[in-house]
Design a protein around this ligand. Structure first.
Ligand code: URA
Length: 236
């Protein structure tokens, strides 16, 4: 990372002011005065000091919510040149990544951040954060089917359970369900619906950890408010 950005990230001063400090000889890298404004700090190995005091780089945490469109993958990078959720966030310099996953064909709410703590709080099973989906599934789902989803179905030796299920409405002979999970197993909603014989046609996540997708259209995103971040870190 360019040295002025690094120094600013350590809270020394603005990037421009940091350049002045560099030229004044106040910055040392590995014990030697560094006056090269183009120097790239090796964040892992370089010891950087300001007025002989060692610095610690603390990147500012950033938090986004995105309505993931179909065909975009939930990863920071793609080996195969696919568009990723990170590609959709324009102008963000921090190394952000998605929290958890949505399948390539699933749309809806996904959070992105550089904050490992939030990522942990949302994905570790012990916190049981709620995720709510709208699933359009084939055919007519009856109460028996919905009770099976709530009791739990077995798929590939895993018990998969919904904490809440309701029929929102019928759509041309198919059923639009609202399904809430407190677990996050791979392709969970699709597998659960397969188990009751009503495979998923469309799947969209509408809420996670008490934060709703709201009016964001596919591909649209916004930063989370401080209140929303607090809710995600603290609440259920
Ligand atoms: N369940 C699924 O089957 N797919 C998703 O993308 C999310 C939950």
């Amino acid at each position: 990372m360019r040295i002025n950005k690094y120094l600013a990230g350590c809270g020394v001063a603005s990037r421009r002011k940091c350049e002045e400090y560099i030229l004044m000889g106040k910055i040392k890298v590995n014990g030697r005065v560094m006056k090269d404004l183009a120097y790239d700090v090796d964040e892992k190995n370089d010891v950087v000091t300001f007025n002989d005091k060692p610095l610690k780089y603390e990147e500012q945490a950033v938090y986004y919510m995105l309505n993931k469109p179909k065909g975009v993958i939930s990863a920071a990078k793609s080996k195969y040149g696919e568009t990723t959720v990170v590609d959709l966030i324009e102008g963000e310099k921090s190394r952000i990544y998605p929290i958890g996953r949505l399948d390539k064909d699933t749309t809806g709410l996904i959070f992105l951040t550089n904050d490992g703590n939030l990522s942990y709080k949302l994905t570790h099973p012990k916190f049981e954060k709620e995720k709510t989906y709208e699933a359009l599934v084939k055919g007519k789902v009856d109460n028996d089917d919905m009770n099976k989803l709530k009791k739990g179905v077995v798929s590939s030796d895993e018990l998969l359970k919904a904490s809440y299920v309701r029929l929102i409405r019928m759509v041309k002979g198919d059923s639009l369900l609202q399904i809430t999970l407190r677990e996050g197993k791979k392709r969970q909603v699709r597998r659960m619906c397969d188990c009751i014989g009503h495979s998923v046609i469309e799947l969209k996540r509408i809420s996670e950890g008490g934060i709703d997708l709201g009016e964001l259209k596919p591909g649209e995103y916004r930063k989370l408010t401080a209140k929303e971040v607090k809710k995600l870190i603290g609440g259920k």
